[in-house]
Design a protein around this ligand. Structure first.
Ligand code: NAD
Length: 493
């Protein structure tokens, strides 16, 4: 498959004439190629978006929402086909790929509903015969930059609220996963979205992504990706006072108290730590275990990990797929070496799988360390692979302190049967998402999604909160007194 840009309703090759290969991480095979864009392509897309946005914003919001309903139905109709394609370009197992497409479906219907809400406020004026209200106004052209690990879901979290609110979008997907971008653009086209409201420009970060960030007509950048890149983008946006929403990395923990249902905790940990081969921003990479159950938990986790089938995600029996590429494999392996040097005890895994069917793809053995201390690098830095570390603690207070001690603040979980401990943790844990008796993954699209501290900059994807990124508040005062009434001055008349 040859993937092109989608600009102003047309499929176009970049004038760079350069193409990058699309590699199936499960087999190492090239399964397509994608056009690599330069500044001129970004500029063309932004121009198209700017022109289309004015008209689009004048459509009544319920009319705009009708397109999203159609998008939702098309995603639903094509769920299986999209999921298979997603697994081929990104590697996650087919069941999770179906779940990811489902997120897009859910978001389409949820945000379509916003077309008949987009609530503002009416509020009394302090003056007689005066009316006051605030409404949400679109920002204009929205630039979206996304990572490869959720190639369709994240784009739907961002583009659907942006579009229903009356903005136009230019999306730069990750170069590794362009198929989903192409399929989403086709769906928007079939759903009847006017030309130019949704555009896709493929390319790398430093050239294509940067051109979007620097473009003066892009009024908001919504970014999901690594902390390192997010910081650079925020600095650039700061200089031009561009609105920027950042969703970045995590170092998420599951706390297991000594009263927990250990079977449930093990299920939750295995799903959160090794699902998507640990390449979710919400993946559990720290297990903060009460010392009384630490040994028992280790044994049970090892037993559960032995049952994990590793392989090509298209096989329904496979539970852990490949990681994205060779670079990721090497980074994960380096962290494992660091962990060993730091004195962590390796219980299982810790190596690249190379024999037989693993020879061509990028597979890492699910890995578990124990006796990890909170200051070790493997307990603080995002590894983004199937590697989890057990950190023993003596109390709930210590568990929460360790949980909160990292630079990131995305997701946390606690397994306990004690309601007091659960509520204490819910209050004192400082991450944007908290689970009780479930793993660190499993966000639903109608709640705000995002994190504190190094994970974000105070914005949220998903839920009504997403609309805050893509709208400006406009306050409106209507005076029907027929005379000049001065606020704060003519209040006693
Ligand atoms: P990345 O930061 O390397 O790339 C993300 C996107 O930014 C890509 O499209 C890339 O091309 C682009 N980019 C890179 N350099 C750029 C630049 N200088 N200017 C503009 N754009 C640039 O991240 P990745 O490796 O694709 O994804 C993994 C990361 O994403 C992990 O850190 C993970 O935790 C994070 N993530 C966070 C969330 C969340 O919601 N918090 C969700 C998924 C993934």
């Amino acid at each position: 498959m040859k993937v092109l840009n989608f600009i102003n309703g047309e499929w176009k090759e970049s004038s760079s004439k350069q193409f990058a290969p699309v590699i199936n991480p499960a087999t190492g095979d090239a399964i397509g190629e994608v056009t690599v864009s330069i500044e001129a392509d970004v500029d063309a897309a932004v121009k198209a978006a700017k022109a289309a946005q004015k008209k689009w914003a004048l459509e009544p919001a319920p009319k705009r929402a009708e397109v999203l309903y159609k998008v939702g139905y098309l995603l639903k109709e094509r769920k299986e086909q999209l999921a298979r394609m997603l697994t081929m370009e990104m590697g996650k197992v087919i069941e999770e790929a179906r779940g990811e497409v489902q997120e897009g479906i859910d978001m389409a219907f949820y945000m379509a509903g916003e077309g008949r809400r987009l609530f503002g406020d009416t509020t009394p004026s302090e003056l007689k015969d005066k009316f006051a209200m605030s409404v949400r106004a679109p920002v204009g052209v929205v630039g979206i930059i996304t990572p490869w690990n959720f190639p369709i879901a994240i784009a739907t979290w961002k583009s659907f609220p942006a579009i229903v609110a009356g903005n136009a979008v230019v999306w730069k997907p990750a170069l590794e996963t362009p198929f989903m971008a192409q399929e989403l653009a086709k769906i928007f086209e079939e759903a009847g979205l006017p030309k130019g409201v949704f555009n896709v420009v493929n390319g790398d970060g430093p050239t294509t992504g940067n051109a979007l960030v620097e473009h003066p007509d892009v009024r908001v950048i919504s970014f999901t990706g690594s902390n390192e890149v997010g910081r650079k983008i925020a600095e650039k946006c700061g200089r031009s006072l561009k609105k920027v929403s950042l969703e970045m990395g995590g170092k998420n923990a599951v706390i297991v108290m000594d009263d927990a249902d250990l079977s449930l905790a093990v299920e939750g940990i295995v799903w959160s730590a090794f699902g998507t081969s640990g390449q979710r921003c919400t993946a559990c990479s720290r297990i903060i275990a009460h010392e009384n159950i630490k040994k028992e938990l280790e044994n049970r986790l090892l037993e559960a990990m032995r049952t994990l089938t590793i392989g090509n995600g298209l096989d329904e029996n496979v539970k852990v797929g490949p990681v994205i590429n060779e670079k990721a494999l090497q980074k994960i392996d380096q962290y494992v070496q660091i962990g060993k040097e730091e004195g962590a005890k390796l219980l299982t895994g810790g190596y690249i799988l190379q024999e037989g069917e693993y020879n061509k793809g990028y597979y890492y053995a699910p890995t578990l360390f124990t006796d990890v201390t909170p200051n070790m690098r493997i307990a603080r830095e995002e590894i983004f692979g199937p590697v989890a570390s057990i950190i023993p603690v003596k109390s709930l207070e210590e568990a929460i302190e360790v949980n909160n001690s990292v630079d990131y603040g995305l997701s946390s979980s606690i397994f306990t049967r004690d309601v007091n401990k659960a509520f204490t943790a819910m209050r004192d844990i400082d991450t944007g998402i908290v689970y009780v008796n479930a793993g660190t993954t499993g966000a639903e699209i109608h709640l705000p999604f995002g994190g504190t501290k190094g994970t974000g900059n105070g914005h949220r994807d998903s839920g009504v909160a997403a609309l805050d990124v893509f709208t400006e508040w406009k306050s409106i005062y209507i005076d029907f007194s027929g005379k000049l009434q001065r606020a704060q001055i003519d209040i006693d008349e």
